[in-house]
Ligand binder design. Structure first.
Ligand SMILES: [Zn+2]
Ligand SMILES: [Zn+2]
Length: 318
């Protein structure tokens, strides 16, 4: 195994992941890709620990004149909703955990693209555990929730679907699935749907709260056209990009005021919140694709679907 070692020193300040040392390695776990989906490899970490140093980003988003507010339908399957979840030393119900994870992804998208994720409503559903692969599990959720982009769900507008599942599709070592460009590959219709499988410590089976915010950001980036950088043959594979599957050796991560000791090889997807120049340009050029600009629609009616123009409170049907 050839090993190149590089050291990257980044400023450590609030809101940015810090990789104290980054190594690249030639041997990789390659996830076979499925047409119409993006599949993210699961994290493999042998041990980790967290030291609380404070920090809370909830509510820290800034809504400016041209900020796009993307309304999220948050769904959890029965495995997800029957457990409690750890984040920064706290134990949370599944929905509070998922909201926190979306809030961190929102923080990043707000800073970079003036896109804010707003969890508009939450639901649970029964996942079909007979599906052995995660694309089918995402399809299952989309069908059962009858989701499309945009739609009214529980009486409110939603633009994107973020499913948290703890079903056994984790067995195939996938952590996330998203419809490419927010399009349902079966119907060709707008359907910005993705699925997150919370990552766990292999030895303790405890969930790794610091991972799933990156998965949310990564999968939502696919809705805006950002591609996976799967191996060396992909441009920007070696860049500092959350869409890259390049394995990096991480000693310590500094995220949102917390230090995480890792000392293991992990996909760059979990270690950075940055984008390469191509992904940045792609997402930025599509930043208005979902959601609305202030003020929000209060009590939407079904006819707004056909009359929407995209601005000033009227949902954009695209
Ligand atoms: Zn991906
Ligand atoms: Zn990229």
């Amino acid at each position: 195994m050839k090993e190149k070692v590089i050291f990257i020193f980044l400023m450590t300040f609030f809101g940015f992941a810090h990789v104290s040392s980054v190594h690249t390695v030639d041997s990789l776990t390659i996830i076979p890709q499925v047409e119409g989906y993006h599949l993210t490899p699961a994290l493999k970490v042998r041990e980790q620990s967290r030291i609380y140093v404070g920090g809370d980003i909830t509510g820290a988003v800034s809504i400016q004149a041209n900020t796009k507010i993307v309304r999220v339908l948050l769904a959890g399957d029965e495995e997800m909703s029957s457990e409690s979840w750890g984040l920064w030393g706290q134990t949370l119900t599944w929905d509070n955990y998922a909201k926190e994870q979306v809030a961190y992804a929102s923080w990043e998208l707000d800073n970079k693209f003036d896109v804010v994720l707003h969890v508009a409503t939450v639901t649970t559903y029964q996942s079909d555990n007979s599906y052995g692969i995660s694309p089918a599990l995402l399809d299952d959720a989309v069908r059962k929730l009858n989701f499309r982009t945009p739609m009214i769900f529980n009486g409110v507008w939603v633009d994107i679907l973020v499913v948290f599942s703890d079903s056994r599709y984790a067995d195939i070592e996938l952590a996330g699935v998203a419809y490419d460009n927010g399009i349902d590959p079966h119907t060709g219709n707008p359907c910005a749907a993705c699925m997150i499988k919370p990552q766990r410590d292999d030895s303790t089976n405890m969930n790794l709260g610091w991972t799933d915010m990156n998965l949310v950001q990564h999968e939502i980036s696919h809705f805006y056209g950002a591609p996976d950088h799967i191996d060396e043959s992909y441009p920007h594979y070696n860049d500092d990009c959350i869409m890259s599957y390049r394995y990096v050796y991480v000693t310590t991560l500094f995220k949102y005021g917390y230090y995480i000791t890792i000392n293991d090889w992990i996909p760059l997807t979990y270690a950075t919140n940055n984008y390469c120049s191509d992904c940045y340009e792609t997402i930025n050029s599509n930043r208005t694709k979902y959601g609305y600009v202030n003020p929000p629609p209060l009590f939407p009616s079904a006819n707004e679907i056909s009359t929407g123009g995209g601005n000033n409170g009227t949902p954009k049907p695209w």
